[in-house]
Design a protein around this ligand. Structure first.
Ligand code: FAD
Ligand code: FES
Length: 280
């Protein structure tokens, strides 16, 4: 279903000015930026929604909002991959940024109520999942058992380590399963790719929703594994990362067939994706 661009501002292309309040190093190439406007957050977001972040004289890029803390601040976990993101990694606390949004449909938090949740992430793909994971913890009585399966190339590349190893395992009725691609000195956890670990854990599909985000190759094999394990297309949700420019359905950069990822997505269940041309 097509939704509006969700932007509650007068002109959806005009960014709000925010200030960077804190910067946390997550991995050698991922930092989390805590930003806030003059009167708190520039807009309210739901888990899985996005914003266009701009750095004056450099450019802008679309990023998942990895968490909104009340009316206090928004968090973006950003990987350094090119011109704008490299520059973002060089800024300091106090820097002013532009932020416009929120965009996208977000995760179906209402439809998932009463279900057991299985979050499957790889690399920076944990950033959008984190907003839904933290939302479930905040509304704990609405969701059943929570399993988080997350993998990265190495220990250093795992994002949000304090939550993964300390905070989330202490949450009620929650299991966190972490894997890295290759053995490392000092690592006693699982070694291997996410899809193989998923098949080893073999979580029962009964009353469960799987939410998947990561590099395209991981998503492809995870979807195959879930199907093998008996998950129906309606039980599998993923979020797509297409190149975007306007974020509001005007530029035609992000469409797959008739769907615009910025308006209709980025969150889809597998049944919806199977109705699209196979470009995702
Ligand atoms: C819906 C959505 C959510 C996203 N969420 C996050 C997030 O939470 N954290 C995060 O770090 N990044 C996220 N991204 C990706 C982010 O937008 C890009 O990494 C960023 O715009 C790159 O800008 P740049 O100028 O640094 O890189 P550029 O100099 O433009 O490009 C560097 C390299 O990255 C490739 N690239 C750039 N953008 C994309 C893209 N969107 N998809 C695939 N390849 C790309 C280019 O082809 C090039 O090889 C998201 C993108 C979308 C569309
Ligand atoms: S980003 Fe412009 S149409 Fe979607």
């Amino acid at each position: 279903m097509r939704v509006s661009n969700n932007c509650n501002c007068e002109n959806p292309l005009v960014p709000s000015v925010v200030e960077v309040k804190d910067i946390v190093d997550e991995t050698p190439d991922v930092k989390t930026f805590y930003v806030t406007g003059e009167n708190g957050v520039p807009f309210n977001v739901m888990p899985g929604q996005l914003a266009m972040v701009s750095l004056m004289n450099i450019g802008e890029g679309m990023f998942s909002i990895s968490w909104q803390e009340q009316n206090d601040h928004l968090q973006f976990a950003i990987k350094s991959v090119g011109l704008m993101t490299d520059e973002l990694h060089r800024i300091e606390v106090g820097q002013k940024l532009g932020v416009r949004g929120p965009y996208g449909n977000g995760f179906p938090v209402e439809e998932c109520k009463g279900k057991d949740m299985l979050f499957i992430g790889g690399g920076i793909g944990l950033a959008p999942l984190r907003s839904f994971i933290k939302y479930c913890f905040k509304n704990r009585e609405d969701y059943g058992k929570i399993d988080i399966l997350y993998g990265s190339r190495s220990y250093a590349d795992l994002c949000f380590k304090d939550e993964l190893f300390d905070k989330w395992p202490k949450e009620e009725n929650t299991d966190v399963h972490v894997t890295i691609d290759n053995p490392e000195e000092g690592w006693s956890g699982n070694v291997g790719f996410v899809p193989a670990y998923l098949e080893n854990l073999n979580p029962d599909p009964k009353n469960k929703i799987a939410v998947v985000c990561g590099p395209p190759i991981m998503i492809k094999f995870v979807l195959e594994s879930l199907e093998k394990m008996g998950y129906s297309d309606e039980q599998v949700i993923t979020t797509l990362e297409m190149r975007m420019k306007c974020g509001i359905g005007k530029c035609g950069r992000c469409n797959i067939g008739s769907e615009f990822i910025c308006l209709d997505g980025p969150v889809f269940n597998l049944a919806q994706l199977r109705n699209l041309p196979p470009e995702w």
